[in-house]
Design a protein around this ligand. Structure first.
Ligand SMILES: Cc1cc2nc3c(=O)[nH]c(=O)nc-3n(C[C@H](O)[C@H](O)[C@H](O)COP(=O)(O)O)c2cc1C
Length: 189
């Protein structure tokens, strides 16, 4: 299996508005692949405008927020590049689609990495951040997974959150638990 980096991808819509989505970038030699499932705004945007910016951040509230419908995270324009980055990004990569592979379920956009820039220091791994990312992925797959599997995985991930979270990780976790519990109660359907 290839290495996958979880990040926030910014693409640009037909009327120039930026769109944020948490996505995994799949390493493929020197290229990075963006693989959005249909239907998706990221997919539509890349089909009409083949540029994206990947923001790498340790602020996991942004992953949780995007998954829970909050996408108004501060952006900054990138000099000489059409897609903005997260203001909070530790670093960002400027991606240009050089090849697209059509697929009925999950097309793949092969991107050349034009530039990588660093903005802030990376201050080490944190288990609660990793747990929030896992829970955010679960929260996008509630319709595909059994309740038993979701409950089992959340119980395990919660151990790392309880032991190692700071306030931002706790806030992100609480956002995701509200979504997952609302789905369980049928409030999301
Ligand atoms: C960490 C993380 C990684 C994700 N990776 C992908 C991905 O590679 N492909 C995908 O289609 N959705 C992925 N998702 C789910 C998307 O973020 C979500 O479906 C989003 O709404 C994309 O659709 P949009 O472009 O319409 O916003 C991921 C979610 C998380 C939290």
């Amino acid at each position: 299996m290839p290495m996958i980096r979880e990040c926030i991808v910014t693409t640009v819509g037909a009327s120039g508005e930026p769109h944020l989505a948490p996505l995994g970038l799949i390493e493929h030699g020197d290229l990075w692949i963006i693989a959005p499932f249909r239907p998706s705004a990221t997919l539509a945007n890349l089909e009409s405008f083949p540029f994206a910016t990947a923001s790498f951040t340790d602020d996991v509230r942004i992953f949780a927020g995007c998954v829970c419908g909050r996408k108004d995270w501060p952006l900054e324009s990138v000099p000489g590049w059409p897609a903005p980055r997260l203001a909070e990004a530790l670093s960002h990569a400027e991606l240009e689609v050089v090849r697209a592979e059509a697929d009925a379920t999950r097309p793949r956009f092969f991107c050349q990495v034009k530039k990588i820039e660093t903005h802030r220091p990376f201050l080490g791994f944190n288990r609660a951040q990793a747990a929030v990312i896992e829970a955010a992925i679960l929260a996008t797959r509630l319709h595909m997974l059994s309740r038993e599997k979701i409950d089992r995985e959340i119980a395990y991930l919660k151990i790392a959150v309880d032991k190692t979270a700071g306030p931002a990780e706790r806030q992100a976790w609480d956002m995701l638990m509200a979504k997952i519990n609302a789905d369980d109660a049928g409030l999301d359907r």
